[in-house]
Design a protein. Structure first.
Length: 94
């Protein structure tokens, strides 16, 4: 249903490991289709702490906290369902 609204090409980089200082290293995953929106919002991250999100992406792909969307680090990924409980898309906050 929402697939036809997800027309933007979005660059994704996944965490591939950590260097000797504990900083994440990334590898280019490619591009995914989605809908990107830049809007500041107060959300809870994966640890339950309140943080400010710069925006979100709606996509069918599953992304993990720590990965990069358009160079910005993902804070949270939340699946969205319709009224029957059927998966529709993921909202990824960065």
């Amino acid at each position: 249903m929402f697939k036809n609204l997800m027309k933007s090409d979005i660059n994704i980089k996944r965490v591939s490991g950590y260097d000797s200082y504990g900083n994440a290293t990334y590898s280019f995953q490619g591009t995914i289709k989605g809908r990107i929106e830049y809007k500041n919002r107060l959300i809870k991250d994966a640890k339950g702490q309140e943080v400010v999100s710069s925006g979100n992406v709606r996509t069918l792909e599953i992304l993990n906290p720590g990965d990069l969307v358009e160079g910005l680090q993902i804070i949270s990924c939340q699946p969205q369902a319709d009224l029957n409980g059927k998966f529709q898309y993921n909202v990824v906050f960065f």
